[in-house]
Design a protein around this ligand. Structure first.
Ligand SMILES: Cc1cc2nc3c(=O)[nH]c(=O)nc-3n(C[C@H](O)[C@H](O)[C@H](O)COP(=O)(O)OP(=O)(O)OC[C@H]3O[C@@H](n4cnc5c(N)ncnc54)[C@H](O)[C@@H]3O)c2cc1C
Length: 361
């Protein structure tokens, strides 16, 4: 049997973006139904490495990265989220890229984040497990690091309280009323009527937007990581999170001593929207062959697991929160392309503001 639900806002997608938005909406007194076919956090969020930093050298969403990092440092809006593992975040760049990233660095400073530029000698002295060639520089953020993503998502859900209702169902189309105004979402468990709708369903947002004539091209991109167990755990004891803008490598300490999580960005798109807890041998080889140049211990380290997953990207441009004029009341928050976790508190705040405006109109 199907039943109709009613709320101020319906959200499709219970990943970190949908959850962070739902929490902000309920904090402002709005009722929310969150629709997700996996229950919640079954998509890219369930696989996320959880790296958080304020400095976003590409400049895309630099202000949201700084805001997101500050919110994670404060353990959310009520001090209830897990504590940020402040192992430090080191972003490696060549000298020209660092010059071009001046505005992004300024954005991080303006938001109160400490950053220190280190040369390769200083990096080697501070982090003996790392090897950085002469032509690179590192931007160290001592108070950045990583978070256990699923525990954060659970905490956000708890903060949202009982005015958030979870509906485990597949959204199949959006509903509109006359005069191009959103009416809600059709789902496999019945309709959800709402004055505003957020699509935060990654690539699953595209057909839903198309059902009301909104063009929102999306693609999946492969994102994954391997876990490596190192013989000499002591030399990795102070390893920071590392993001290497020159090779696409990224790594951090795992929860267990001597284990390192490491990935390398991939250009493979159109991959299935699935999360697998195993890594094919060829992918392990690809990751190892790159990350060993920054963390030499990983060349001989035993692979002990990992994740092969995906994130959604918008081929027409960067990720965005968009409030659509037609139908009125539709907001989309998509295209995070491997970097949405660190932005989520800021994206959720901004998307909630847009939805509250839509409800009030
Ligand atoms: C391996 C990996 C490592 C990463 N590491 C980092 C990192 O270190 N730092 C960082 O900042 N970011 C990282 N990211 C990126 C970050 O995790 C994602 O950008 C973020 O989780 C995206 O969240 P989301 O809410 O937009 O999407 P998702 O988490 O994918 O959530 C979308 C949800 O929508 C649901 N859905 C889709 N279609 C429908 C439908 N029709 N009906 C109902 N439900 C639907 C899906 O089931 C899913 O649960 C990583 C991603 C991966 C995969």
């Amino acid at each position: 049997m199907t039943t109709a639900l009613t709320a101020d806002v319906a959200i499709v997608g219970g990943g970190i973006i949908g959850l962070a938005t739902a929490e902000r909406l309920t904090a402002h007194g709005a009722s929310v139904v969150l629709i997700d076919d996996t229950g919640a956090t079954g998509g890219a969020t369930s696989a996320s490495g959880g790296l958080v930093r304020a400095f976003e050298p590409t400049g895309a969403h630099a202000a949201w990265a700084a805001e997101g990092c500050a919110r994670y440092q404060r353990r959310g809006w009520h001090g209830t989220w897990p504590e940020l593992r402040e192992h430090g975040s080191l972003t490696l760049l060549d000298r020209d890229s660092l010059v071009r990233a001046g505005a992004a660095l300024e954005t991080a400073h303006a938001a109160g984040h400490e950053t220190v530029v280190l040369d390769p000698g200083e990096i080697a002295r501070t982090f003996p497990g790392l090897a950085v060639p002469e032509h690179l520089l590192g931007v160290l953020e001592p108070r950045a690091g990583w978070l256990p993503v699923t525990a954060v998502a659970r905490a956000v859900l708890r903060d949202a309280g009982s005015t958030l209702r979870l509906l485990t169902a597949r959204a199949t189309a959006l509903l509109t009323r006359p005069l191009s105004r959103i009416r809600g979402v059709r789902t496999t468990s019945g309709p959800v009527y709402a004055d505003a709708v957020l699509l935060a369903a990654g690539a699953g947002s595209e057909p839903l937007a198309a059902s009301v004539g909104v063009r929102l091209p999306m693609r999946t991109r492969a994102v994954g990581y391997c876990l490596f167990r190192c013989e000499d755990a002591a030399s990795l004891a102070n390893l920071p999170t590392v993001v290497d803008g020159t090779t696409g490598a990224w790594l951090r300490r795992w929860d267990t001593d001597g284990v390192v999580l490491a990935g390398v960005s991939s250009t493979r798109t159109g991959v299935p929207a699935t999360v697998r807890r195993t890594v094919p041998a060829a992918e392990e080889q690809r990751v190892r062959s790159v990350v060993r140049h920054r963390c030499p211990q990983l060349s001989g380290a035993r692979a002990v697991g990992g994740v092969a997953a995906y994130d959604a990207l918008t081929p027409d441009g960067p990720a965005a929160v968009t409030s659509w004029p037609h139908p009125r009341g539709l907001v989309t928050a998509v295209g995070w392309n491997g970097g949405g976790f660190k932005l989520a508190p800021a994206v959720g705040r901004h998307a909630a503001d847009e939805l509250l405006k839509a409800v009030a109109r």
